[in-house]
Design a protein around this ligand. Structure first.
Ligand SMILES: [Zn+2]
Length: 298
């Protein structure tokens, strides 16, 4: 089976992860812009971060046969530094139209403050004007309120619900999101919060339509193999292969291919790895022998 993990922060992960993901069938990923664990102090830090998402990280994943897409945005946590936030928002148009950018994200609420709402609305409006998909981060505390408000504000701004992906859902929020007509994504964490077991029950109860599984793996305790592992458990627990494929591949593809930035035909072919390629004179090999695949007839 092949998998699409539409929320993973590869900049915090290693080449071991990329190798394990490729081996487990992860063929495509989306790396949304987010918080890096401690607050950034100047706009230049965001310039370099966004540049790495559309540049080096895209290249790095390609060297392991994984198609890398990104979402550009100002995360909710750092939206609370209003002076810096204003400068970061000015960067959004510069990066949002680069190759491989499939959405504005991850944006939304963290502590549900006025400053977060201001940045969220600005970015929703930018997405609406440019017909873009939006990936919404939902707060870990007061999640239900945060998600309801994210949907209400998106509706007020006039973003079509088909372009709205709400992430980090759980049993208490899924119904609101599905009823609104948005995509409901679920982050599978290895120990607490949403685990694979709970995900199985949600798919059994709500079916596979507009439900998306992701790992949100980052610098914290998380698992870059959450998507293939959850797919395996779903199959073992009697969920149909078609439903598993929808929730771990097709729905993410359908949601984000609306951007026009995903070459679906190319994605369906066997990846051809060429580690002799360079990015700005740099390779992932540090002098080791490159893997160069022969062209594949698909
Ligand atoms: Zn994230």
């Amino acid at each position: 089976m092949r998998f699409f993990d539409p929320h993973i922060h590869m900049t915090s992960r290693t080449t071991d992860d990329l190798e394990a993901m490729a081996k487990a069938g992860v063929r495509a990923i989306i790396e949304p812009a987010f918080w890096v664990g401690q607050p950034r102090t100047q706009v230049g830090a965001f310039v370099d971060y966004f540049a790495s998402l559309v540049g080096w990280e895209r290249f790095r994943a390609s060297q392991f046969g994984i198609a890398h897409y990104t979402a550009i945005g100002l995360n909710s946590k750092e939206a609370n530094n209003e002076r810096l936030a204003a400068e970061v928002l000015e960067l959004i148009p510069r990066f949002a139209f680069k190759e491989g950018v499939v959405a504005i994200g991850e944006i939304g609420y963290d502590e549900i403050t006025a400053a977060e709402e201001k940045a969220y609305r600005w970015q929703l409006d930018f997405a609406r004007q440019n017909d873009m998909v939006v990936m919404v981060h939902s707060p870990h505390r007061d999640k239900k309120t945060g998600i309801r408000r994210s949907i209400d504000v998106a509706r007020e701004v006039g973003l079509p619900m088909t372009k709205l992906v709400i992430d980090h859902n759980n049993e208490e929020t899924v119904q609101d999101v599905l009823e609104a007509g948005a995509w409901a994504a679920f982050t599978i964490y290895p120990h607490t919060k949403m685990g694979s077991e709970r995900m199985v029950e949600i798919v059994k109860r709500y079916g596979p339509e507009r439900i998306i599984v992701d790992s949100s793996a980052d610098w914290g305790v998380s698992d870059p193999l959450s998507v293939p592992k959850t797919a395996k458990l779903m199959l073992e627990r009697g969920i149909s292969a078609a439903a598993v494929e929808k929730t771990t591949w097709q729905n993410a593809l359908d949601a984000y291919a609306q951007s026009g930035q995903i070459d679906v035909e190319a994605l369906l072919k066997t990846p051809v790895i060429d580690q002799s390629r360079l990015y700005n004179d740099n390779s992932v090999l540090r002098g080791q022998a490159p893997r160069v695949d022969a062209p594949v007839q698909n």
